[in-house]
Design a protein around this ligand. Sequence first.
Ligand code: NA7
Length: 547
Amino acid sequence: MTNATSIASGNPSEEDRILDALVIGAGFAGLYQLYCLRERLGLSVQVLEAGAGVGGTWYWNRYPGARCDSESHSYCYSFSEELTREWQWSERYPGPAEILRYLNHVADRFDLKRDIRFNTRVTAAHYDQERNIWHVSTGSGDQLKARFLITAVGCLSSANVPKLPGLASFEGDWYHTGQWPHAGVDFSGKRVGQVGTGSTGIQAAPVIAETADHLTVFQRTANYSVPARNAPLTAEFQQYVKDNAAQIRELTRTNTNGHPFHISERLVSDTTPQERLALYEAAWERGGLQFRATFQDLLIDKTANDTAAQFIKNKIRSIVKDSATAAILADIDHPYAAKRPPIDTDYFETFNRDNVALVDLRATPIEEITPRGVRTSDKEYPLDIIVFATGFDAMTGPLLGIDIRGRNGLRLADAWQAGPRNYLGLQVAGFPNLFTITGPGSPSVLCNMPVAIEQHAEWITDCIAHMHNHDLQRIEPNPEAMDAWVEQVNAAADATLLPQATHSWYLGEHVPGKPRVFMPYAGGMLHYRRICDKVAANNYEGFELSK
Ligand code: NA7
């Protein structure tokens, strides 16, 4: 790990001050990057955050039913034993309120807020070639300068509101789940329409249905879901987490997906249909993302995947009483887990309620939003509230939402016109000293996020320490290394069933005009960690470092 040498630039006046590092975003990634650079290297660091508080994704996503799909005892930092010992999660999966309490605790415990400027959205970041610094502009007109620029902007932070004709004419209220009002929304006595049945919509619908007068779910693509089986944590489990913190940390760091459970090495073809059924039943009862870990080959062999897909479709048909509704919900067109697999609390059961209806948008697409509600090709649905659970301009959206320009004024938007290209998901050629935490080209969203974040922040910290120790001022990847990495990212995805999904946000397909490129690195977190370690050990092979 890095040593604690101070390399702070120490310029006194705010106007002329050149920070060592500027970090964009104060979610899990931004907080830890600040901690690493300030506490381990002694750098001068400023974090700029658009929200009024820490939390990132969880600051904004406060929709009904919102909950993390990673289990709480692994959805946290692992860098501090004291922190692990003193924090106690209350449920198997944490909701936004508890995650925000946790992140505020971390920020206060390590005195991080003094270096975070809240309510400050970064609008532009331009590289100054002559001085080798980044000029960063904010929405409030501030100008800051830094030697290193590190984006910690999240993968799912740029809301995708579909451009449906007539939306501006709607006389009711509408909301996107990723920009949920902090005061909450009262659905009582209201006719609610929900567009979208991804992880978010599947979490939201059961909770909205409990208080709304009526809920209409507009489904474009049917989706698999497995029960989350959320529950309060027992005192025994809480004690187990404390007693086994080191082993849990080791497991999440050596697991291919960063989760605290083993992925079976068993192949589907090793089992009889009866054995398979029993294994799937047990996994269904256990609940959560572990269902995907029942067999080793579910994501690489379509025949194997079909057995899991069929099992879940049968479950849907057995839960949903109305056979026409069940048929629409079970008419799923992609392999299981080729899109991010949702987990739920009573999602399919919700369609047995008298006040819930399902509309199949594949049969009757939305044509427009009217002042009264949603009009499909079939009829108009009068509504008081529309909830868009329509996802995000994932991974690249938050980065391209900032006017980032590298050497010779090269715009990141132009460099990535045909899709994101970078080296190890960490750096882009032509953008010296810019690092992206859990950006495209890294395992990020295919991994338990805090594990991916810690790995990136630590690698970046070590890299900056190495530069200081060798009196180096500039780092960027060479174009050949970048091209080779893009090929590896594509090859890793092509070795799986992941690119076979329709309308997958991994492929950027929700956003009209976005190039269809598989964005995260699908080769597994463990493999990725080894590659990054080897690159560093080989004197940052593939990067150009200069004075
Ligand atoms: P997702 O998973 O991207 O789901 C978005 C949903 O919205 C999905 O059902 C889409 O249908 C639907 N959608 C998107 N645009 C439209 C339009 N124009 N018309 C109708 N339906 C539409 O986003 P989530 O917020 O649920 O989850 C994102 C991640 O957050 C999740 O995977 C976890 O990692 C946490 P489609 O499938 O495109 O046909």
